[in-house]
Design a protein around this ligand. Structure first.
Ligand SMILES: Cc1cc2nc3c(=O)[nH]c(=O)nc-3n(C[C@H](O)[C@H](O)[C@H](O)COP(=O)(O)OP(=O)(O)OC[C@H]3O[C@@H](n4cnc5c(N)ncnc54)[C@H](O)[C@@H]3O)c2cc1C
Ligand code: SF4
Length: 485
């Protein structure tokens, strides 16, 4: 259990960020890792609680405390404290295919539910997770796990985000012949094209893809299943050729803001802006796409979540004159009431590293229209709102805006093409209907996981669903499974 008196003797001490003035000059990661001794000291703080809420209850209900993939946190904390890094990596991989993703970009619900968070000093679980997996890669401990026997069954996975990657990797390890179809040029989904390199460098995905290829997964890039281009793949053909299909195409339909002036040039969805920068960093050609750049502009980001933050950090790195972020919800409290919230994820004021780079934030405001000259946006017109989101008379304001980025979330998966052609049933929110025990859609051979099934969510939930979906497909094909949860 870490060190018996560790939590009494050692203060919480977490990774720091490089200074803002330095980090905004580039697109690389800027988190400064702890030393080995510091990491082991932090792991020593773990109390091995009788009820460790950190590693989760295994429930799929929203708001369930702890780690969605049920990482065995007290166990790997102890292994790190003992200096047994290789066994810690094995332990971590027993529940999570890609701790290098979650160790970088997970909001860490485990830390919110750590017992030591009752007085705001949780174990630095995410930092420890990241240290374990980074050390494992550095030391060559992460190796392809090649199935001892092939089953002769073929599975198609459509979409190579974290859900598709986790699903494909588990199925290949069960001995199936797995083909992963991705419409873009590279694998990773939003990890590759949404989340900027300064949060996660893409080499982290590339090396997992190499590992998966060695495990037998065949990646098909530029393969838009159900797309409108002449060379697009027909999903009905996949149904005929494969024994099972997993739909892991994400929730890609963005929420729009249909107000006067929306059609002015310079107003774009976040996911038209962010992928371009990730492609530039990755030396992937933009083709005929018109460039959207923030340099020399006053930028307004509408939407206060992760996507909005990524737009802010990217804009600053491109040389924006100013970035203002607007959020319709009221500002959350600075500190949660632990008695009411712990061990659940609390609603409270958080400042992302991108917001800390100099963004101005406005809460409880509604954007009413845009105006401009010569067809280009120049101003955003907004108003403050009350607790019922009703405009407050006299509170109207204007903001200079030469680039407006809409980051208000995603409504559901794209229905045209893949889903309509297959004819899978949707749930009332427009996501693919499938439960969390079988992950099976209304079509017997077709399964679904990740944002395409649950709606926009988190990388850690996509990994969990991909793993559980693979188990369910294995049972469907073989009658039983030895794949872990
Ligand atoms: C900008 C941004 C920042 C985010 N930041 C964070 C964060 O910091 N932490 C966090 O936990 N979560 C974050 N999220 C959420 C997280 O990225 C998603 O929840 C997660 O990636 C969902 O994984 P997925 O595999 O279900 O789908 P996706 O990652 O969306 O992957 C779906 C893949 O399917 C492909 N595809 C879709 N349709 C087809 C088709 N018909 N044929 C072939 N391929 C297809 C797509 O091209 C894509 O590659 C962020 C989201 C965004 C947009
Ligand atoms: S809740 Fe915190 S202290 Fe308790 S076992 Fe989990 S990490 Fe350790």
């Amino acid at each position: 259990m870490g060190k018996v008196t560790g939590f009494l003797e050692i203060e919480r001490h977490d990774r720091k960020y490089a200074a803002v003035a330095e980090r905004v000059k580039h697109f690389q990661e800027f988190v400064v890792p702890l030393t080995e001794k510091e990491t082991r000291d932090q792991a020593a703080r773990c109390m091995n609680c009788g009820i460790p809420y950190c590693h989760g209850t295994g429930s799929v209900q929203p708001g369930t405390p702890g780690c969605p993939v049920n990482n065995q946190i007290p166990d790997f904390n102890d292994l790190v404290y003992q200096g047994n890094w290789q066994e810690a990596a094995r332990n971590l991989h027993s529940t999570n295919n890609f701790p290098e993703f979650t160790g970088r970009i997970c909001p860490a619900p485990c830390e919110a539910s750590c017992t030591l968070n009752i007085d705001d000093n949780p174990v630095t679980i995410k930092t420890i997770e990241c240290a374990i997996i980074d050390r494992a890669w550095e030391n060559g401990w992460v190796k392809p796990e090649i199935a001892p026997a092939r089953t002769g069954k073929k599975v198609a996975v459509v979409g190579s985000g974290p859900a598709g990657l986790a699903c494909a990797q588990q199925l290949a390890r069960a001995g199936h012949d797995v083909h992963l179809f991705e419409k873009y040029a590279k694998a990773g989904g939003l990890l590759r094209y949404g989340i900027p390199d300064f949060k996660m460098e893409k080499v982290v995905i590339d090396r997992s893809v190499t590992q998966m290829e060695a495990e037998g997964v065949t990646f098909h890039y530029g393969a838009h299943v159900g797309g409108s281009a002449p060379d697009a793949l027909d999903p009905r053909k996949l149904l005929g050729e494969y024994d099972a299909i997993a739909l892991t195409g994400g929730a890609e339909a963005p929420r729009d803001l249909l107000i006067p002036g929306r059609d002015l040039d310079g107003i774009h969805f976040a996911m038209d802006f962010l992928p371009q920068q990730n492609r530039r960093v990755g030396n992937e050609p933009l083709g005929t796409e018109r460039e959207i750049l923030a340099g020399g502009k006053h930028v307004v980001v509408i939407g206060g979540g992760d996507t909005g933050s990524d737009c802010i950090g990217t804009s600053f790195r491109q040389g924006a004159l100013s970035v203002t972020q607007l959020e319709i919800m009221p500002a959350p409290p600075d500190h949660e009431n632990k008695g009411l919230t712990w061990p659940n994820w609390p609603l409270k004021m958080r400042t992302s590293s991108s917001q800390a780079e100099g963004a101005k934030r406005e809460y409880a405001v509604l954007t009413q229209s845009f105006s401009g000259t010569e067809g280009k946006v120049a101003k955003l017109h907004g108003v403050a709102v009350d607790e019922k989101f009703k405009p407050i008379a006299g509170s109207e304001f204007e903001l200079e805006a030469q680039l407006v980025l809409l980051a208000m979330g995603f409504v559901h998966p794209v229905h045209e093409g893949l889903l309509k052609t297959l004819g899978v049933e949707l749930d009332p929110r427009g996501n693919v209907r499938a439960n969390t025990s079988e992950y099976q859609t209304s079509l017997a051979k077709v399964f679904s996981a990740g944002d395409m099934r649950r709606g926009q969510s988190l990388v850690v939930w996509a990994i969990r669903e991909g793993r559980l979906c693979a188990r369910s497909i294995d049972i469907f094909l073989m009658g039983s499974t030895s794949l872990p949860r």
